[in-house]
Design a binder for this molecule. Sequence first.
Ligand code: TGC
Ligand code: FAD
Length: 393
Amino acid sequence: TDLYTHPDYYNLDDLFTEEHKLIREATRAWVKQNVSPIIEDYFERAAFPEHLVKQLGEIGAFGPYIPTEYGGPGLDQISYGIIMQELERCDSGLRSTSSVQSSLVMYPIYKYGDEAQRKKFLPKLASGEFLGCFGLTEPDHGSNPGGMTTNFKDMGDHYLLNGAKMWISNAPLADVAVVWAKNEEGRIHGLLVERGMEGFTAPEMKGKHSLRASITGELLFDNVKVPKENLLPNKSGLGAPLGCLDSARYGIAWGALGAAMDCYDQAVRYAKERTQFGVPIGAFQLTQKKLAEMITEITKAQLLTFRLGQMRNAGTATSAQISMAKRNNVEIALNIARETRQILGAMGITNEFSVMRHMANLESVVTYEGTHDIHLLITGMDVTGISAFTRTA
Ligand code: TGC
Ligand code: FAD
C-alpha cells in the first residue's frame, strides 16, 4: 500500500472520474514498485533505464490518447495529464521519455501521417517495441526553430536529407525520428527517419547535470536517402511542429506539478519531524510561510491543469493558454524544489531525498519545450496582439 497522500486542498478529486483515479493509482503503484527504488542510481550514473521502455508501453504511458485501433489506450487528455504527473513525481527524465514518445512522435504520426504510416509505426510505439524522438532544435536554432537549416531535396524517387539536430531526447536509442526540415522552397515538413538509414547517426550528448536518467543526443544527416512515403503528408509549415509542442507542453504542465508534489510532501514531513531549539522546525513561522506558499501554488497549478485538461478534451484550449500553464507550473515546481531544499537543511543536498534531483531536472524543463521567457512573450503577444520575439539588433 502506498502511504503517499497527494495534496488536494480544493477537493479536485471530486471532479476526477473513477477511471482517472484508477489510472492514477495504477501509474503510482507501477512507479513506486519499478522506478522509485532504482532512479537515484540511474541518475547518479547518468544511465537511461532502457528496460522500462516496454513497461511504459504496458501501463499505457505511450500515447495515452491515441485510439485503440492504432494500439493506443484511447484515454482522454486528463488521463494523459495524470500519467505525466505520476511519472514526473518520480523523475522528470521518466516523464520526458513518455512525453516525447506520446506527444512528439505518436501525435504527429497520428495527426499528420497517412494511414500506412499510422499502421506501421503507432502500434509499435504504443507498446514500447519502438522508441521515437523528435528533432526540431538545431545547434544554431533553439527558441527560433523557424530559422532551421536542415533541408531535403526531391530526388525523384526519394528525398535527400542534410543537416543536424541537437539536444534530442531519446535520440541515441530511437528506432524512428520525427525530423523537421525545409524543402527547396523553404517550407517545413516532417520526415520519418528510421534507424539504420545510411548517413544517419545519433551520437549521445554527455555531461548533463540535469535529466541524467534521460538519454539525449544529436541527429546527424549526411545525404540520407529518405523514402517518399516517409514524409508526413497532412500538415506542413512551422505550425506542424508547434502543434506537437502544444500537446507536449500540456503534459509538462501536469508533470511539473508532480515534481512539485513530491517536494512538498518531503517538506511537510521533514518540517514535522525535525526538531531544533526544542520544537519541530514546522513550528517556526518562517517554515510555515514556505509550506503555506507551496500548497497555495500547488493548488493554483492544479486548477490550471485541470481546467486546461477539460479544454483539451473539448478541443478548445489555445496555444497561449497552454503556454501559461507550462510556464507557471514549471516555475512553481522549481521554486518549491528550492524552498524544500532549504527546509531539509544539509540533508536536502543528499540523494536520500529526491529534491535536489528534481531541482536539477527542472532546470531542463524550464528551458525545453519553449523557455520560461519565450512562454512569457507568447502570453505578452496574446494580450497585446504585438509580437516581441524579434528585435532589430
Ligand atoms: P509564428 O510566426 O508565431 O508562427 C508560425 C506558424 O505557426 C503557428 N503557430 C502555432 N501552431 C500550433 N501551435 C502553436 N503553439 C503555434 N504557435 C504558432 C502560427 O499560427 C503560424 O502559422 P501560419 O499558418 O501563419 O504560418 O512563429 P515564430 O517564428 O514567430 O515563432 C514563435 C515562437 C517563438 C513562439 C515559436 O518558435 C516557439 O514556440 N519557440 C520555442 C521553440 C520550442 O519550444 N522548441 C521545443 C523543441 S522540442 C523540445 O524541447 C522537446 S523536450 C521534450 C522532453 O524531453 O520532454
Ligand atoms: P536559446 O534559444 O539560444 O536561448 C538562450 C536564452 O535566450 C534563453 O534564456 C531564451 O529564453 C533567451 N531568448 C531567446 N530568444 C529570445 C527572445 N526572442 N526574447 C527574449 N529572450 C530570448 N529539442 C528538440 O527539438 N527535441 C528534443 O527532444 C529536445 N530535448 C531536450 C532535452 C534537454 C535535456 C534539453 C536541455 C533540451 C532539449 N531540447 C530538445 C532543446 C530545447 O527545446 C531548447 O534547448 C530550447 O528550445 C531553447 O533553445 P536553446 O537552448 O538553443 O536556447
